[in-house]
Design a protein around this ligand. Structure first.
Ligand SMILES: [Ca+2]
Length: 147
């Protein structure tokens, strides 16, 4: 019985292992995330802020990861939009992640988005409960970095 208990605790801990993140970052499934709501930044400057901390604007490429982030943002209860790493800066209509240049495979745009052919960056839009919007990259918003 003792051995079964020890084994259970041991295995439980393996599944509970989370990456150790820098101070001020949140750990989730072997990645670290930093949510910054102020000062707000253009998409470009937000990515520079992330790069200064050895990260980039976040690549969010699964439903479970997005739901985790949305819960964090909703809990903050701030009327702020947040930049993530998705953009179509290099080739219009082809959305890619800044972290690795990969094409975006999984989208979570709000039903009315994307709707502006001059909006080349992706923001998590507060009134849409953080579903995505295409926005001008020069707009000043909060941002999410990911390692
Ligand atoms: Ca839009």
């Amino acid at each position: 019985m003792f051995y079964i208990l020890v084994f259970t605790v041991f295995v439980g801990n393996i599944y509970a292992v989370e990456r150790v993140c820098p101070l001020g970052w949140m750990s989730h499934k072997n990645h670290c995330y930093m949510i910054v709501s102020k000062p707000t930044q253009s998409w470009f400057n937000a990515n520079i802020q992330c790069e200064n901390q050895n990260s980039t604007l976040a690549k969010l490429d699964s439903r479970s990861e997005l739901e985790w982030i949305y819960q964090r943002l909703l809990a903050r209860n701030e009327p702020v939009h947040f930049w993530i790493g998705g953009n179509r800066l290099k080739r219009f209509e082809e959305w890619r992640w800044v972290s690795d240049g990969q094409r975006i495979e999984f989208f979570d745009f709000y039903k009315t988005q994307p709707n502006q052919n001059t909006s080349l960056c992706i923001a998590l839009w507060h009134p849409f409960k953080y579903d995505w919007a295409d926005e001008p990259c020069t707009s000043s918003y909060g941002y999410i970095c990911k390692i």
